[in-house]
Ligand binder design. Structure first.
Ligand code: GUN
Length: 301
């Protein structure tokens, strides 16, 4: 039986550390979350972030400009947040509407308030092994691997996906811990053969159940970053082989969540893997809380 790498126990450890650190501050940390437009998935993520702040006693503020907002208006908004001393962290939820210049907006966030680690200055720190905020999901993956004492050094890690939010920073963090890292993506020839070499496979593609048995070396550790909602019953039945539990869940909720890794194949092939939901998911928000507290600690010291 493979080992299941549950995220919740790791999240609880991180949040407990957060509580202790907040107790040592002279005032509550503050986080501003900018949610542009009405993308339902982004709204769910932002709700989770604001709720986590409330639970920990972090002051949070949600700003919700409409999807029609211009790049200039967003730059002004970010600039106002940059200047407010009680706002320690600024998070601009991705993705932004296509007409907005995302790179300019991310560049406008003060690096000291960049709790996502998306500012090029902080990306540079990450790549050159300097301390600084690290993107939340990749940092959460590393915490998960450490928690379960999964070896990294000397192992071949294959990261599928090259996004600035997950794929690239995850590869950098694994490299820093002495893995041999391969980054691959949709244009990699014979993707399955490359993935099959991985001792540690990180799937961050955004395509439901794409990583099937022929991608997974027997005994590998598989980290599934995908969270895809399947709302077509036939599709859910195909992926889950008609599992009565999963189909009952589908009929109750009208959808089920599936990662980027095939849930039945990974259970047969992997030595250890993160379930979806309940694997990597809980860690992103916990790391955001930790990054916000770190920004407040620096600002108050
Ligand atoms: N969209 C998906 N993941 C993230 C994240 O970690 N931070 C931000 N700002 N947007 C995201």
């Amino acid at each position: 039986m493979p080992q299941l790498l549950h995220g919740n126990p790791v999240r609880d450890v991180i949040l407990e550390e957060c509580r202790k650190r907040i107790g040592g501050l002279s005032r509550a940390p503050g986080l501003a979350v900018v949610l542009v437009g009405d993308d339902p998935a982004s709204a769910v993520y932002v709700r989770g972030k604001v709720k986590a702040c409330e639970d920990l006693g972090i002051y949070s503020e949600k700003l919700t400009p409409p999807a029609s907002v211009t790049t200039g208006e967003l730059l002004d908004l970010v600039d106002r947040l940059n200047q407010r001393p009680e706002v320690d962290g600024i998070l601009v939820q991705m993705p932004l509407p296509p007409h907005v210049d995302t790179k300019r907006v991310l560049l406008a966030v003060k690096p000291e308030k960049d709790v996502d680690g998306f500012h090029p200055c902080n990306v540079g720190r990450l790549v050159t092994g300097r301390p600084g905020p690290q993107p939340c999901t990749p940092a959460g993956i590393l915490r998960l691997l450490h928690h379960y004492q999964i070896p990294i050094a000397g192992r071949h890690a294959v990261v599928v996906g090259r996004s600035d939010i997950v794929g690239k920073p995850a590869a950098m963090l694994l490299l820093q811990e002495h893995a041999t890292v391969t980054i691959c993506h949709s244009r990699t020839p014979d993707l399955a053969a490359v993935c099959r070499q991985a001792d540690l496979l990180v799937a961050a593609i955004g395509r439901p159940a794409m990583v099937t048995r022929e991608y997974i070396k027997p005994g590998a550790t598989v980290i599934d970053v995908g969270i895809n909602r399947i709302d077509v019953r036939r599709e859910a039945a195909r992926i889950y082989g008609g599992s009565p539990d999963k189909m009952a869940a589908f009929d109750r909720n009208g959808s089920v969540l599936v990662g980027d890794v095939h849930p039945l194949d990974v259970a047969e092939q992997a030595g250890a893997y993160t379930p979806v939901p309940g694997g990597v998911g809980p860690l992103t928000i916990a790391m955001l809380m930790a990054n916000t507290i770190a920004a407040a600690e620096k600002g108050l010291s």
